[in-house]
Design a protein around this ligand. Structure first.
Ligand code: BES
Ligand code: ZN
Ligand code: ZN
Length: 503
């Protein structure tokens, strides 16, 4: 996608289409819309006064113009009530707007900076939200479609037009952020939407290596033999049933000061979760190709970080393997020894995410990290608790949890805290080993986190359960059905605040 920035007036823009907006039930049109409306002799006002267009969120009207202004079409979108207006509303309006224009067979459009100045939204924030919403909303996953490819439509160009003197650099900055974040998110979506016969642990390692090459990061892949000598018995226990070689992937970005301890991001990277010997029911098992969403989010975040050149040091760790049943698979009742030396009784081989994370979290301690955040499609229980609208968050640092919650509000990838009280640890006590890998019926998302906590060293740690937020059964304004690419926008928002010393 080509994104252009231009100083100029939207009513003078010669474009295939322009996008205008209106707030719900406001008497007057926003300035840019009003400027076009005057040139159109009140055509937009008429739509509003007739009651046909109220400005309700997600309302859209496409006008064909007849030479009153150079633009051929004007798409007017509703932004909802002014009082409730946020950048999320811009993203939610621009996703459908971009798709509407693409459906019309149009390849490009121009847009002013919607919502700038309303409720304190800056020029850069508006530009970012417009580009982000649009690029995310236009995402489509089509590599395996061989029929009727000629019917696929593509939008090639967006132009942000601003008449204000001295604001162009700010528009360009915001737009660039939006593009980097959306493209990294769409990269994560691709990795998760591809089937597990394509995105194998080996492929994830190749992706990490190619990010490292392209952006000058350091990548190291620990193979099975080395993992054995490191004593990663929890990670390797999960890998035992699979014919795909496991890969323990490490990607390092050093944007911070030399001696500054890094942030470590750990992403669950089960490229297919069949459940293992405790096999899952057939229904929806295909969705378990996305059980590497955490790892993919870490890769996308590393990519975005490097492009944004954020002044922070971040290490990404992806314990990547399949979870398969076979004659060599780990069995219920087996005891494995994790890298930390602790022993785990495997009650249910489908609780494999916490096993691979146990060794990854132990490995993270080597960096003496400033903070560790893990992302994992860890539990169905988290989906039951929060549905698809919030990522579950638990951890040892209330400050870090608070910051992630804030970053979630701002980025539109919301997180909600569940309690990690020590009483929950009772549920994972084992009769034969240091712990067991499941905690019984109650509080499944929390007992999973309580398990992880046993492998967390002396550093602030936060766990994000993205089981509910990594996949959409139904399309959303700026996320189609399928993988959502959750995580990148949340983590970059937090890391950006962090790098400004406000994180
Ligand atoms: N990958 C699943 C969790 C999951 C469920 C992700 C639904 C996305 C959607 C995880 O490995 C798993 O199977 N968890 C079990 C744990 C149980 C055996 C304690 C679960 O949640 O049922
Ligand atoms: Zn599982
Ligand atoms: Zn899993």
């Amino acid at each position: 996608m080509d994104i252009k920035i231009k100083k100029g007036k939207i009513e003078e823009e010669s474009a295939e289409a322009i996008v205008l907006c209106h707030f719900e039930n406001e008497k007057s049109l926003p300035d840019e819309t009003a400027a076009v409306d005057r040139a159109l002799k009140g055509q937009i006002r008429m739509l509003v006064s007739s009651g046909e267009f109220t400005g309700k969120a997600n309302q859209m009207v496409l006008l064909h113009l007849r030479g009153e202004i150079p633009a051929k079409r004007a798409l007017v979108v509703g932004l909802g009530p002014k009082k409730e207006f946020t950048t999320e509303k811009i993203r939610q309006a621009m996703g459908p707007a971009g798709r509407r224009i693409r459906e019309a067979g149009v390849k490009s459009f121009s847009t002013p900076l919607h919502g700038r100045g309303v409720n304190g939204i800056t020029t850069a924030e508006s530009a970012q939200a417009i580009v982000e919403g649009c690029l995310l909303g236009l995402y489509q996953f089509t590599p395996y479609r061989t029929e009727k490819r000629e019917e696929l439509r593509e939008l090639d160009q967006i132009t942000l037009v601003d008449r204000t003197e001295g604001k162009i650099a700010e528009v360009a900055g915001g737009s660039r952020n939006g593009q980097i974040l959306a493209e990294a998110t769409n990269y994560v979506r691709d990795l998760c939407n591809h089937p597990s016969n394509v995105v194998t642990p080996t492929r994830l390692a190749e992706e990490a290596q190619s990010i490292a090459r392209e952006f000058g990061l350091t990548c190291r892949v620990i193979e099975k033999e080395e993992a054995e000598s490191l004593g990663m018995g929890a990670f390797l226990g999960v890998a035992r049933g699979s014919l795909e070689p496991p890969k323990f992937i490490i990607l390092e970005y050093s944007g911070g000061k030399k001696k500054e301890p890094p942030v470590v991001l750990v992403g669950k990277s089960i490229t297919f979760d069949s459940g293992g010997i405790s096999i899952k029911p057939a229904e929806k098992m295909e969705q378990m190709k996305t059980d590497m969403s955490g790892g993919a989010a870490v890769l996308g975040t590393m990519k975005a970080l490097a492009q944004l050149k954020l002044p922070v040091s971040v290490v990404g760790i992806l314990p990547a393997t399949e979870n398969m049943p076979s004659g060599s698979a780990v069995k219920p009742g087996d005891v494995v020894r994790a890298m930390s030396g602790k022993t785990i009784e495997v009650i249910n081989t489908d609780a494999e995410g916490r096993m691979v994370l146990a060794d990854a979290l132990a490995y993270a301690a080597r960096y003496k990290p400033a903070a560790v955040v893990d992302l994992a499609t860890l539990t169905g229980a988290c989906v039951v608790a929060l549905g698809n609208h919030a990522t579950g968050v638990m951890g040892t640092s209330p400050k870090l949890i608070e910051r992630l919650k804030k970053a979630g509000e701002h980025s539109g990838e919301r997180v909600w805290e569940l309690p990690l009280w020590e009483e929950y640890r009772e549920q994972i006590k084992s009769d034969v080993a240091d712990m067991k890998n499941v905690g019984g019926r109650g509080a499944g998302a929390i007992t999973a986190a309580a398990f992880l906590q046993k492998f967390v060293g002396d550093f602030p740690w936060v766990h994000l359960d993205i089981a509910g937020t990594s996949w959409n059964d139904e399309a959303r304004p700026y996320a189609p059905k399928g993988a959502t690419g959750v995580g990148v926008r949340l983590l970059i928002q937090w890391l950006t605040e962090n790098s400004r010393g406000r994180g």
